[in-house]
Design a protein around this ligand. Structure first.
Ligand SMILES: NC(=O)c1ccc[n+]([C@@H]2O[C@H](COP(=O)([O-])OP(=O)(O)OC[C@H]3O[C@@H](n4cnc5c(N)ncnc54)[C@H](OP(=O)(O)O)[C@@H]3O)[C@@H](O)[C@H]2O)c1
Length: 324
């Protein structure tokens, strides 16, 4: 089979696309024939050995794929050959076939296209868990989303609206902000030009947002936190901007505000029943047409390295996927 292989750590240009043996599922595992694989920010880090999980070389990147189960190992229950599914494996998905443990398999509705499914579970799953369980976002509250046109950011905008919030979207270009408007953002901030803290204050009448969703970190976190409202919840989602920022601890004190960590992958392991209920709710909303997953670009598997480069260069909006 064809696979994108990381033979030495480094930028995407060091990846090679080559033929490797097709893997066989072991006990408790399934094999998925990959139709589409989602590109996620951790893929940009894992190939550079900068991610918390460090698979031994050589390895195939790609944490999320959709397709059809084509082989099942011993002892697997509840899924069968021919089932359509998404698998969340951490790596191995930028290939024609991938092996997944049974627990990493999420069945998908027959009507969900593979390229949509390949980018759905992690992005929507993260934002839904963040807004629902971690922030307890309430109808009528104000939600500020940073990096709002990105993979997880755009889903936070969309889910914020579904959950009845007023949404302020912040991103780096007017094109990205136009996309967030299309997904329901009530107000926008271009944080390349604007004074972020002043703009947030202006758009909230001085009160500040109730919830801030931050997948970017870096230089945006402190001015954003300084603008948060009383009883605010600041969701720490990721650090796509590069630096992990520090915050003076007097700030949460004077705002009566909370810093709230979000780690969706660990949540799915620690609270599987809540995770399943979340997924059921998201798939119900999708089935009812309340969510419109945005796949902005598709690359063939052979151009997997270019897809990762596209994301690293901040060109991606919504989801980027590799297609078989
Ligand atoms: N905590 C969790 O459970 C969890 C789950 C999924 C993802 N994440 C994290 O969330 C973050 C975003 O993931 P994603 O898949 O949404 O990525 P993405 O699609 O690339 O979006 C990231 C956004 O960050 C902004 N950004 C600012 N500086 C950047 C830089 N130097 N390089 C790249 N982007 C930059 C970009 O928006 P602008 O150009 O508008 O600034 C971009 O749209 C990552 O750190 C990821 O690891 C965390």
């Amino acid at each position: 089979m064809k696979a994108v292989v990381c033979v030495e750590h480094g930028p995407p240009e060091k990846l090679v696309v080559k033929d490797v043996p097709t893997p066989e599922p072991g006990r408790g595992q399934v094999r998925l024939k990959v139709e589409a694989a989602g590109v996620n920010f951790p893929d940009t880090l894992i190939i550079q050995n900068l991610y918390q999980f460090k698979p031994p070389l050589p390895f195939t990147p790609g944490g999320e794929a959709a397709g059809t189960i084509d082989a099942v190992g011993e002892g697997v229950e509840g899924v069968a050959v021919g089932d359509r599914a998404v698998v969340m494996t951490g790596n191995g998905c930028f290939a024609e076939y991938v092996i997944a443990n049974r627990a990493q398999v999420v069945p998908i509705p027959a009507a969900m296209p593979s390229d949509v499914a390949a980018g759905f579970i992690m992005t929507y799953g993260t934002s839904h868990h963040a807004l629902k369980q971690r922030a307890r976002l309430q109808p009528g509250e104000t939600l500020l989303v940073l990096g709002a046109a990105g993979g997880v950011g755009l889903t936070a905008v969309e889910l914020g609206k579904v959950m009845g919030a007023k949404v302020i979207a912040a991103a780096s270009t007017d094109e990205k902000l136009a996309l967030t408007r299309d997904y329901g953002a009530d107000e926008t901030i271009n944080y390349t030009d604007a004074n972020l803290k002043d703009e947030i204050k202006r758009l909230t009448g001085g009160k500040g947002p109730d919830v801030i969703y931050d997948p970017v970190g870096d230089r945006f976190a402190e001015p954003a936190f300084r603008s948060i409202g009383w009883n605010g919840r600041y969701l720490i989602v990721g650090f796509a901007g590069g630096n992990i920022p520090s915050l003076p601890l007097n700030l949460p004190l004077i705002k009566g505000a909370s810093l709230v960590g979000v780690f969706w992958g660990a949540f799915t392991q620690a609270e599987p029943a809540v995770h399943r209920a979340n997924m059921a709710e998201l798939l119900e909303w999708y089935g009812a047409g309340r969510l419109r997953p945005h796949v902005s670009k598709r690359f063939p598997l052979s151009e997997g390295p270019a897809a990762i480069r596209w994301m690293m260069d901040r060109k991606a909006t919504g989801k980027v996927v590799l297609t078989a």
